[in-house]
Design a protein around this ligand. Sequence first.
Ligand SMILES: NC(=O)c1ccc[n+]([C@@H]2O[C@H](COP(=O)([O-])OP(=O)(O)OC[C@H]3O[C@@H](n4cnc5c(N)ncnc54)[C@H](OP(=O)(O)O)[C@@H]3O)[C@@H](O)[C@H]2O)c1
Length: 217
Amino acid sequence: MDAQFSVAIVGGTGNLGSALALRLGAPGVKVIIGSRDAQKAQKVVENLKPKMRAGELAGTTNPEAVKQGEFVVIAVPYEGHQQMVQDLKGQLTGKIVIDAVVPLKKIRPFVPPAGSALQEAQQIIGDEAPVIGALHNISAVDLGEVDSPLGDVLVCGDNEQAKQKVMEIIRRIGARPFDGGPAGNAYVIEGLTGIIIHLNRKYKSKHGSIKITGVGD
Ligand SMILES: NC(=O)c1ccc[n+]([C@@H]2O[C@H](COP(=O)([O-])OP(=O)(O)OC[C@H]3O[C@@H](n4cnc5c(N)ncnc54)[C@H](OP(=O)(O)O)[C@@H]3O)[C@@H](O)[C@H]2O)c1
């Protein structure tokens, strides 16, 4: 993968997207924050810029961000997921979609009709672009503090080449990626976030994440 690449974050004004922008910026990645409101995106960029170590950061509408990104991270609440993916369809040729969305009702996880948010996106997008699931179990708080250690990241999807590229991005942000298998595994990975939310509440933390032991390094 090229040293320099660009990542558009749809819903990048939120907790996950903003924190991810800071992490991606540290190794010099170009990040485009997308929003339903270009002005809101620009405001978030102005707030983030003083905290950026390196990299390029821009803010614009979601469709414009997608045009500029080689990778497209979907970071909106599940309520907006289906519509957002439908809106993006037709603009994704040659790109890799990274879906971080967790289906939650209030704070409880559920399995959507497609089997998972990832499979919902893949069904809508079809062959236009691969959809890879990642970052579901990471703490946005830790992500935003670029020197904090991160939990491990399970990466899943049906396109092996795209999955390897996403795993490389995860390494660049300072986390350990693990191949979590095909898209059919996504509901488990997405659902785990429900447990992490429970743990955070139970143990009064904002740092819950997962650690894989016994495999890898
Ligand atoms: N926060 C975490 O720690 C974390 C960790 C792992 C995974 N996730 C998942 O990542 C996704 C984003 O999480 P978040 O905490 O960043 O969410 P968030 O802050 O609540 O929302 C992210 C952004 O999505 C946009 N948005 C909100 N409702 C929308 C809708 N109905 N349709 C389209 N866009 C909408 C908003 O941007 P504009 O108003 O600017 O358009 C908002 O700033 C969620 O699916 C979550 O489950 C979160």
